[in-house]
Design a protein around this ligand. Structure first.
Ligand code: ZN
Ligand code: CU
Length: 485
């Protein structure tokens, strides 16, 4: 008996290949975790077959912005992501990564959001990457190194800019992380532990990025009144280092700034004329992060997502809790800490304008913590496909897919991912274009999306019939070796 031609054959589907090209009907044959052939293959032998008639077959989605650094080790099935069709997560965002941290390194918020109960720490980036390789998750990880984590590790007083010796120590960690496989460095100067870092500190710490093929990703200092200055700072860092920059979860917050995405996108477009700039966005008008102590950051509706000392308060409004406790908001915040919250702070028109912008990638910014996370953790990708593309017709499905696959792989330098082509890794999602939709809500956020039928990582099914399969074929992805032209 002849041995089968393919390990797996996906038959009869409509291919959206992740390049923005129009869809076409084709079968996909997989051998040894890679796409071996795309075309009319149904006469051929295969060890296994997936019937994709009436369905879209697309590259597995790449989540451009996550905090899944430890989730991939603690919850390796990663159901909240693979259920959306995500096959790769970019981790280590907003300046926060779980390495390098010593056992006694203090982890002020927001680092503790990602690091959790401190039981899992890695003194070097190499140790973190080794742990992921030893115990793979269902999906792939492309990890960034966080500058705020470096500050916690190397800077004696987080309220000031780093001294020359501290900068040198952080720079050595950047080099170590890049050698160990980090795809770049992230910053989060928006947050207290990094707010005192100057532009010069960041440039000097990130020197090893130059020529490494890595990227600079940033949760900018200000997404409110000074958002344009923050963009300019980001572009300057990118130019001085000669590296591509990623503006994380781009938004304009504060009612006075609503509508200003017209200006910010124009500024981004202008910068793109002379340097590599990328941006990502999540499809919601509320954000989520640590519970702020600053009253300016507590304006508007604030929903508690997670509180360590007061777990029952998850899902409740901060105003309500303060009323029930008979105290003011700041006192309530003090009693809830450490905690995370959901902030309703954006305008739907800005969200749509940024999502629809030609160069915007999709990133969830989900925080896998507690019982009441922001629904973006489970809903981001199907929401873009079902709500923004199909229902609101903001862009064609081919564009939606590109924003979560080919564009993202290119911007982060993830070779052989993000498009369906012969020789590419067989990271694939099969979904129903008519029914795909998010079901996670602010009230009930831990719900798997509808319409995502099959998810394969390196040719191995990880999500089928609404369930994780238990397979863990994920890899730690490497960045491109040459800098982007
Ligand atoms: Zn952020
Ligand atoms: Cu983030």
């Amino acid at each position: 008996m002849a041995s089968p031609c393919f390990d797996l054959l996906i038959e009869g589907g409509t291919v959206i290949d992740g390049t923005k090209a129009p869809r076409f009907d084709a079968d996909i044959g997989i051998v040894a975790g890679r796409i071996a052939a795309i075309g009319a293959l149904s006469g051929q032998e295969a060890a296994q077959r997936i019937d994709a008639r009436g369905r879209i077959v697309a590259p597995g989605f790449i989540d451009a912005h996550t905090h899944d650094d430890l989730a991939v080790l603690r919850q390796p099935d990663m159901d909240f992501k693979v259920s959306q069709g995500v096959t790769t997560v970019v981790s280590g965002n907003c300046g926060i990564s779980p390495a390098p941290l010593e056992a006694d390194t203090p982890t002020p918020q927001p680092i503790s959001l990602a690091v959790g109960d401190d039981s899992l720490r890695f003194a070097s980036f190499a140790a973190y990457v080794a742990a992921m390789r030893r115990a793979p998750a269902a999906l792939n990880v492309a990890p960034l190194l966080g500058h705020t984590t470096l500050r916690a590790r190397c800077v004696a007083d987080l309220q000031r800019a780093a001294m020359p010796a501290e900068i040198e120590a952080m720079r050595a960690h950047v080099q170590e992380a890049l050698d160990a496989g980090a795809i770049g460095v992230s910053t989060g100067t928006y947050y207290p532990p990094a707010a005192a870092a100057t532009t010069e500190e960041i440039i000097e710490v990130c020197r090893p990025l130059s020529g490494s093929g890595g990227v600079y990703a940033t949760h900018m200092r200000d997404e409110q009144d000074a958002v344009l200055q923050s963009l300019d700072e980001t572009f300057r860092i990118g130019r001085e280092l000669g590296v591509p920059v990623v503006v994380s979860h781009h938004k304009v917050t504060g009612t006075a700034n609503w509508g200003r995405s017209v200006e910010t996108l124009a500024r981004i477009g202008a910068a793109m004329q002379c340097q590599c700039v990328a941006l990502d966005c999540y499809p919601y008008t509320a954000g989520s992060t640590m519970l702020h102590n600053d009253p300016v950051r507590l304006q508007g509706r604030v929903l508690i997502a997670h509180s360590e000392p007061q777990p029952k308060m998850a899902g409740r409004e901060l105003d309500d809790i303060a009323r029930e406790w008979g105290c003011d908001k700041l006192e309530a915040v003090r009693r809830l800490q450490p905690a995370s919250a959901i902030y309703f702070m954006m305008d739907e028109a800005d969200v749509q304008r940024i999502l629809a912008y030609e160069h915007t990638m999709i990133g969830s910014d989900g925080i896998p913590l507690g019982e009441r996370p922001h629904p973006r953790l489970w809903g981001t990708f199907p929401r873009v496909l079902g709500h923004y593309s199909r229902t609101l017709n903001l862009f064609p499905l081919e564009t939606a897919v590109w924003k979560m696959t080919g564009l993202t792989a290119r911007n982060f330098g993830l070779e052989g991912r993000g498009t369906l082509a012969e020789g590419a890794a067989a990271d694939i999602v099969v979904f129903d274009a008519d029914s795909v939709i998010d079901t996670a809500t602010y009230d009930d956020p831990q719900r798997a999306a509808a319409g995502i039928e099959q998810v394969l990582v390196a040719g191995v099914p990880v999500w089928q019939q609404g369930r994780p399969t238990g397979a863990r074929p994920g890899q730690v992805l490497r960045r491109r070796t040459a800098p982007q032209p």
